[in-house]
Design a protein around this ligand. Structure first.
Ligand code: SAH
Ligand code: SF4
Ligand code: F3S
Length: 504
């Protein structure tokens, strides 16, 4: 079933900018975190009829765009869609903001410093806007979904022409047109969304590694996290659509696929007509002729035995799992509303390691959650020692307005939080080095991704377990699989010598 138009909770086009932000509510139906929190029972509709209106297919001819992306892979992939839509409107991309006619900031709201960075950069754009009044400066992504951000932009960043959110990327052609012909800031943010839009054009970066969304949104509501508010409720793409996209990328010669979702283990739970979960999807993707398949991110709570069984079959399903733990203390996990205990997590790790003996585990950890005691932090350290993560993203807790944790009492001084982060990273580095040393003199399979960031003479690639490998070789190897003998194992990089090319 398809619906032609979408009702928006907030649909603000060409509205007049209020003189004072207090007038905001009068002028705007604000993007509302409160509305975004609601989870309705509405049917999830899939729209297959995306197209760019005829009068907008050439609007970008002779013009350039620049998209700047912050945040997670989901956002990176959204930027590929945004670029795809802009190219379909005739725009060509520009590496620099200096000669762009359209600049879009695809933003991230996960921590305060992510937001500060965007506001800093937006400030710098004022000069460009003064030089070129026809420049369209837009803000999209997760920050746009927050009312406080929209208010702040209205108050202090009048150089912005357009604000849209995570749920209405498909409206970009119409919104851009509005922004071009309106003297006022164009704002269209939908706080609630239940639909999926298929068939949007995508301009993928390179042709080696491809991202494929399997679901949108998150219903977990961990108490510290803004994502369920900025990305809406969990919605799974139909399996046939996911599989068709993976097959298509395989046909195009892509060498690795990353399946994306905020909580991939919840895949399929929203289907009303079929019993079909993430394990089932992986079992089908396994049969597609693509050498490597990864996924991110897994929530430990919904990681079931069927999935472990399927992953244990190996093949193109790599033996690497990103399994965010956040904390090693059951008490802290409870206050984070993660809905698993330390013991449950360790039991899951044991099951995974039993089924996939050479598995490599990575994680996300937050230190300094409100009220975290020294002892509770020690539980995190012992968790890291026990699981032996090969890699972790570590963060100091950052309060996000509108989330339950933001109003929890926090008696942990910032100095203590910083010291905990430092100590945690030290432990992680020691364990990573220990693990890497085991690869000394071993031959590993590497997908060559490009030149090393620091030395153009050196090539860089990744093992199945996602470890970075540097070696000297011909540039024609970029995009190919090779066997590399590890000669020097460092904490975060392996150095090696080319043994042979691998035919896949
Ligand atoms: N959906 C993913 C996480 C996406 S956000 C998952 O649940 O695994 C990526 C990471 O950012 C989280 O795992 C968490 O470690 C961190 N994070 C999220 N909110 C945060 C906050 N308010 N302060 C600090 N770190 C946060
Ligand atoms: Fe945030 Fe938790 Fe959802 Fe991950 S699972 S996106 S941490 S609410
Ligand atoms: Fe950031 Fe939104 Fe991703 S808040 S981490 S860009 S889902």
């Amino acid at each position: 079933m398809m619906k032609e138009t979408k009702e928006a909770t907030v649909d603000l086009k060409s509205v007049k900018s209020p003189k004072k932000t207090e007038d905001y509510a009068k002028y705007f139906q604000a993007p509302s975190l409160k509305d975004a929190k609601k989870r309705g029972k509405e049917e999830i509709l899939v729209h297959y009829d995306f197209n760019i209106p005829e009068d907008m297919q050439h609007i970008g001819k002779g013009k350039r765009y620049h998209v700047r992306t912050y945040g997670c892979q989901m956002n990176e992939h959204d930027s590929e869609t945004i670029s795809g839509i802009l190219q379909a409107m005739g725009y060509t991309s520009s590496d620099s903001v200096e000669d762009a006619d359209v600049i879009l900031f695809n933003t991230c709201a996960i921590r305060e410093n992510a937001e500060d960075k965007v506001f800093g950069e937006l400030g710098h754009m004022k000069r460009l806007k003064n030089n070129n009044p026809n420049l369209i400066l837009g803000v999209c992504g997760c920050m746009s979904q927050e009312e406080k951000v929209v208010k702040k932009i209205l108050k202090s960043y009048q150089q912005v022409d357009l604000i849209f959110g995570t749920h209405n990327i498909h409206r970009l052609p119409e919104l851009l047109r509005d922004a071009m012909f309106s003297k006022e800031m164009v704002i269209e943010v939908w706080s609630k969304e239940g639909d999926i839009v298929e068939n949007m054009p995508k301009l993928r970066e390179g042709n080696t590694k491809g991202w494929v969304n399997i679901m949108y949104g998150c219903d977990k509501f961990c108490t510290y996290c803004i994502v369920p508010y900025t990305r809406g409720k969990e919605r799974s793409r139909r399996p046939e659509d996911v599989i068709a996209e993976v097959r298509d990328l395989a046909r195009q010669g892509f060498k690795e696929i990353m399946l994306l979702g905020q909580n991939v283990n919840a895949y399929g739970k929203d289907f009303e007509d079929i019993e079909y979960g993430f394990g089932d999807l992986m079992d089908e993707v396994r049969k597609i002729d693509i050498p490597r398949v990864r996924f991110t991110t897994s929530h430990p709570r919904d990681f079931d035995d069927h999935l472990i069984e399927v992953l244990a079959k190996g093949g193109n399903l790599v033996e690497q799992i990103h399994l965010p733990v956040q904390s090693g203390s059951t008490e802290v996990l409870k206050r984070m509303a993660r809905k698993y205990s330390r013991e449950h997590y360790l039991e899951l790790v044991r099951k995974i390691k039993d089924a996939i003996p050479n598995v490599s585990l990575s994680t996300d950890i937050i230190v300094g959650f409100p009220g975290e005691t020294d002892e509770q932090f020690e539980d995190t350290i012992s968790m890291v020692e026990e699981v032996k993560y090969e890699f972790a993203y570590t963060f100091i807790y950052s309060p996000r307005e509108g989330t339950p944790a933001a109003v929890m009492e926090d008696n942990v001084p910032m100095e203590v939080k910083k010291a905990r982060l430092y100590r945690l990273n030290e432990v992680l580095a020691r364990i990573a080095l220990e693990q890497n040393k085991k690869l000394q003199d071993q031959v590993v399979e590497v997908l060559v991704e490009g030149e090393s960031r620091t030395n153009a003479e050196v090539l860089a690639g990744r093992t199945r377990t996602n470890k970075l490998v540097h070696f000297t070789g011909d540039k024609s190897l970029i995009g190919q699989y090779v066997h590399i003998k590890i000669t020097d194992a460092k904490t975060w990089t392996l150095h090696g010598e080319l043994v042979s090319k691998v035919e896949v």
